[in-house]
Structure formats: structure tokens, C-alpha cells
Design a protein around this ligand. Sequence first.
Ligand code: GDP
Ligand code: MG
Length: 596
Amino acid sequence: TDPALIRNFCIIAHIDHGKSTLADRMLQLTGVVEQRQMRAQYLDRMDIERERGITIKSQAVRMPWAADGTPHVLNMIDTPGHVDFTYEVSRSLAACEGCILLVDAAQGIEAQTLANLYLAMENDLTIIPVLNKIDLPAAQPDKFAAELAHLIGCDPGDVLRVSAKTGEGVGELLDEVIRQVPAPVGDADGPARAMIFDSVYDAYRGVVTYVKVVDGALGRRERIQMMSTGATHELLEIGVNSPEMTPSDGLAVGEVGYLITGVKDVRQSKVGDTVTFQRNGATQALGGYKDPRPMVFSGLYPIDGSDYPALRDALEKLQLNDAALVYEPETSAALGFGFRVGFLGLLHLEVVRERLEREFGLDLIATAPNVVYQVTMEDGSEFTVTNPSEFPVGKIAEVREPVVRATLIAPSEFIGAIMELCQTRRGSMQGMDYLSEERVELRYTLPLAEIVFDFFDALKSKTRGYASLDYEPTGEQAAALVKVDILLHGDKVDAFSAIVHKDKAYAYGVKMAGKLRELIPRQQFEVPIQAAIGSRVIARETVRAIRKDVLSKCYGGDISRKRKLLEKQKEGKKRMKMVGRVEVPQEAFIAALSSD
Ligand code: GDP
Ligand code: MG
């Protein structure tokens, strides 16, 4: 295809503003999906995506559309809207020349609208502002068109209005895409350079790599090279999604499509990497390849210890399709054998956990999520801590934690509530802007650790669901952080160690000790439960002793009955974990770890 007739665009929006529904309408209107095959959120293929109504993996689809009688090729890239997947959004944006900035006409601009808009601006994309859901009775298109025009600096009359649900205005929007979005430009005669913007694992075909060809052309049977690693492969298949995979002879400048090389692991085909020829290839990679970095860690343990090999296999399989997932084996006195798993964020954690339970039938217990700490000792040695129970002992000079820049958008009546919440979470305010008379944007820096627990829930409840949040990592800061250990009868329960700010250590200790006192059954001796920082005890509870002598019921010499009873008692103990001398049913740990 002549690059002048190609338009590569994406749709960016806050979650639930209607990206996937708009994509559905476009698929229908351009005829690539027939009426009878249509189903809602056609491109959200994973079960979890469909059930939760969120888009996790980006998708690219090629669609024909004629403008002024000239047939054009539209490549639409549907992007994930959630903060955890920002890197994927930004790679998808880099494959486009323009974007549709979609805003719900009943909601207005939200935090991820802004975050995505900034990414689009960084990538120099042409931005087409669009209000969606104009069919809703609650829609206020005039008000939000003004808000949107003010934000991007255009005329309110230039803001398009559509209903992705009814299809109203969608055809005109496609015409505008062709009119406003620039055609891709590249060096058609140079060595091939294609940017990988997505990479997915398919059980039958291996890794399917999505690329945009920037320069030159790629053809079937050619040998290609990944520029970040130097690895070479043969192109077994090349083609476009329309919307199902359709093989072709090759892809030229400006075209978006897929490659199949037979590799089995998405880490061999990394998002952001540049593909070129093995021989006489390009020497300069396309900009910006970044390894995804896990921000949040959690221990995952099978409830039934014999599921450990199954959990290991399942993680291995998931990793084939998720380059951001990292894990290593870990053992816990309280929970047995498991894995320490690293995630991009909380949604990533939830999605992985849910897939492990649903797709692999595993029952899992997860320890409370924690961030990564950098610890410098007085002797100058450095530690990276991904598991609180491995926090170093000895003379610590400094502990650093990751911080994020957060953007919160809400009706102005909630400013006080939001400021109060951020204050208790150790936030510091960076600025505040009014988007309109009654809506305000607040900017804060906050420790990531304060967000990973229940910040979002707290924010929603304090603002009756009206506030939205987006954040991005900005670096780290030194903080007065301490490790709080929980001890049962003098022995540490590793799964409960936590790194908390010193001002919050006491509250954490009291809460955990209290929880455990209620959950741990009485033993034949008194069991003290303590919370401690180093050797200093900050809270204490006690489980009183009982004498549970099953044998005292067996008067006389009935040996076989006695043996049976002893055996029964032993069986009961199997599901018990020993922490030092104390027997704890696994259920107690699970209950204590579940947040409330
Ligand atoms: P995404 O998260 O941006 O992909 O949003 P979805 O496409 O999943 O849409 C979120 C919800 O809004 C779904 O329940 C859609 O049915 C609904 N929705 C999307 N577009 C429209 C629209 O134009 N009008 C109305 N009334 N509802 C819409
Ligand atoms: Mg979606």
C-alpha cells in the first residue's frame, strides 16, 4: 500500500469512557466484522478482559475506509487504559501518527485522560478530541467540549461528538481521521526497521509479534534480527489482522501487522525493540526500548502444598505471554513453598492471581503486597529488598522507597477530603489546577507503598466515586522506615513481617497481634504474640493455655482405640504449620493475611 493512503491511529481514554465499544463500531462500519459475528468488546479476547470490561493487551486491526472516493487503509490500535500498562500504551502510541482522545460526555476529563494525552503529546501525535456517549440523558456535551477544548487548546466546535453505542457520528469520525492524521513517512529504500509494539503468546503458533514498519520492507522467509539482543529468526509468516490473522507477502513503510518466527517466549520478542534484516540490517535502533520493571511484589503460595509444582508450571506458562512477570522460589515457615512474584502494579497482580486460579485451577494465598526498598548500611553495603522478611539487620544508614507522581481529578467539593487523605499517606502537594469551575486537578508526590494498599478504595469512598487517580513512578526517596516483625512464642512469623513508616509501626503491630490472637487456637502452653522492631517489643497479646489431653478419655487398656485416636490427632496436625513450638492452622494465616 502507498504510505500516503495509510492512517495509523489509536484511541486513548480513561477507563470505561468507551474505547472498546468505539472500536467495535468501527469494525462494523468498515465491514471487517460481519454483523452476525459481532459481539461487544470484540477485541478484548481474554476472559478476564471481557468479564471486567477492561482491555489488558493492545490490539491492532486493519480496516478499509474510503474518503472522497479514495480507498484508504486504517490501522487502529486499541490500547489498555490502566496505569499498570502505561508502557504498552506508550509503545502503541509510538506506532501511530494520530490518536482519538475519547471522553465520556457525562463524565468529562479524568486522570487517565490526562495521562494518556501527555503520552500522545510526547509522541507528537495529532490529537482528535471526541466526546462519546452523547446518547446518554446525563450527557453534557457543551460543557465538556469546552473543558476538552480548553485542555488541548482548540476551538470547542472542533470537538467531535459520537455515540459508540448507537454509532452516531462514527462514520464522520473516520473521515476526520483520514483528513487530520498525517500519513506515515519512512525511507522505503533503506534497510528495514520495524518497531515491536506488542508481543503475545499463542498456544498453537508461538509468539505473535506486532510491528509497525518504519523504514524499508519485511517479507516472508526473510531472516530478521532483534536489535536489542542480536537474536536472529526466520520470518515464517507475516500478515495483518483484519481482524483475524491474514497472511500476506510482506509489510512495507507505514504498515502495521504481525510476524511469526516460531519463538516460544515473549521475552525473545520484546515490546519496544526494533526488528531489522540479519544481513545488511539497520545500525540505528528506533527510539526508546525499556525493560518493564516490577514495582510491587507479593508471595504466592499454594494452599495445598502438593500444588507447588503445578504453580511453578503455571507461572512459567504465564510468563511466556507476559514479559513483565518475574518470579523466584521462596519458602516461608508459615506458608511453606511458594514464589516471590513481581508485578507492574496492583491490577497486574490481581489479573495474574485470577488467571492462576481460573485458568490453572490453583487455590492460592498471597502475602500483602510490598514495594522494593533500597537499603544502605553504615559500612556502605547496599541491599535491594523485595521481601520484608529479608530486610537486613544491623546498622542501617538509609532506607529508600519508590515514589510516584499522582494526578487526582475530582469535583472541587472534595478538595479537602483528598488533601486529608494524601496527608495521612505521607503525600506532598505539588500543585492544583481548575479544569473548569467545579472540577479540579491535584498533583501530589506519594510513596508508592502508600498507594499499593487501599488508597484507591479510600479515595473512592471519600469522594463518593467521583475522583480518578493516575500515577507514574518518578524515583525514590529516603524515609524513616522500619521493619516490624510479628513473633509467636518468640519466633518470627515471616509472612507477617512488614516495612512501614516508623509513625505507623505501632498501629500495624497492634493490629496484627490482635488479629492473630483471635485466630490462633489455644495450645497446651501460653503463647505470647509480640510485634517488635528489632529487639524492641511494641505490642503484645497472649493466647492462654489449655490442656487438651485426648488420651485421658481412654480409661483402661484399649490399646487399639488409643492408637486410633493418636493417629487422628496426627492427621489433624498435617494442615497445621509449626512456628517454633506453636501449632497454627494454615487457615489462621490465610485469614490474618486477608485484608479487611
Ligand atoms: P473502555 O474501558 O474505554 O474500553 O470502555 P468500554 O468500551 O468497555 O465501555 C464502557 C461502558 O460504557 C460499557 O458498558 C459500554 O457499553 C458503555 N458505552 C460505551 N460507549 C457508549 C455510548 O456511546 N453510549 C452509552 N450509553 N454507553 C456506552
Ligand atoms: Mg476496553
